[in-house]
Design a protein. Structure first.
Length: 276
């Protein structure tokens, strides 16, 4: 069991959304928090509001030349990192046929390569410390492959695969617990910040995202899953949870359903573009 009290927790993407909510809920349990992201002002504002010791450690997750030094800073603060939350990420809202290849490079670097790097740079330290807990915030899109998210789904599927294989190597030998989190729709800026086919931010949200769950509710459930050392936790409801379960229970029905949904989505996508 991974209790949060007295743990040093490093959260990437902590300035907003699920990452911010994870910091706020973890701070209720006498933790020490390392808050990372790109927006220094937002991180400092969050740190000032929390009733626990915080290290504000801003950086760009794809600045791979800098990651090792950031890991050094994080570990120097308290001498350890007990829980790493790879949460930083970006989504996508465009058809594959309408997307530049550079969009795929950017998304996969942010959503897959960066969390792998940040994890790899700490594995030996975690093993030498006697254990730790690594959490990846993936997505239901990493299980069902919805339309308009080919690069995003590729990265999230890949992240789940990396974490599952890593768990097999480090769980029993090094006492490093590994948890994949697959959120569905949560009311954040994920759709607004999503990349379009030309690499620009979308700038508008989705109705399904706006109607999604409160990030604080999501964060509380995530910490409960971590506390229980769950290898995987799907935070989704209704259709999203149904599709995630159907993929394994009835693959043929799943792929037929997602193809029908995809066809409707493609038609709506081009109609929207024609009106712009």
């Amino acid at each position: 069991m991974t209790a949060l009290a007295d743990k040093v927790i490093w959260i990437t993407g902590a300035s907003s959304g699920i990452g911010k909510a994870l910091a706020q809920t973890a701070a209720q349990q006498n933790t020490k928090l390392i808050l990372s992201g790109r927006r220094v002002d937002a991180l400092e504002s969050l740190a000032s509001e929390l009733p626990v010791d915080c290290l504000v450690l801003p950086f760009e997750v794809t600045d791979f030349d800098m990651l090792a030094s950031k890991v050094d800073e994080a570990w120097a603060w308290q001498g350890r990192v007990d829980i790493l939350v790879n949460n930083a990420g970006i989504s996508q809202r465009c058809l594959a046929i309408d997307a530049k290849p550079e969009v795929y490079t950017e998304l996969i670097n942010i959503d897959l390569i960066a969390p792998i790097w940040l994890t790899q740079l700490q594995l030996k330290r975690m093993a030498e410390a006697g254990g730790a807990h690594i959490i990846a915030i993936s997505s239901v899109a990493g299980r069902i492959g919805p339309p308009l998210r080919t690069a995003y789904s590729a990265a999230k599927f890949g992240l789940i695969g990396y974490m599952d294989a890593l768990r097999a190597e480090v769980d029993q030998i090094h006492n490093i617990k590994v948890t994949n989190i697959l959120p569905g729709s949560v009311a954040t800026d994920v759709a607004r910040n999503a990349l379009t086919g030309n690499g620009s931010k979308r700038g508008i949200s989705d109705a399904v995202i706006d109607a999604g769950d409160d990030p604080m509710d999501c964060a509380k459930c995530i910490w409960e899953a971590v506390n229980a050392d769950k290898p995987e936790y799907i935070y989704a409801k209704e259709m999203e949870m149904g599709l995630a379960q159907m993929r394994h229970a009835d693959p043929d029905a799943f792929f037929e359903a997602i193809a029908g949904f995809g066809a409707q989505t493609v038609e709506a996508y081009w109609k929207e573009k024609d009106t712009m």
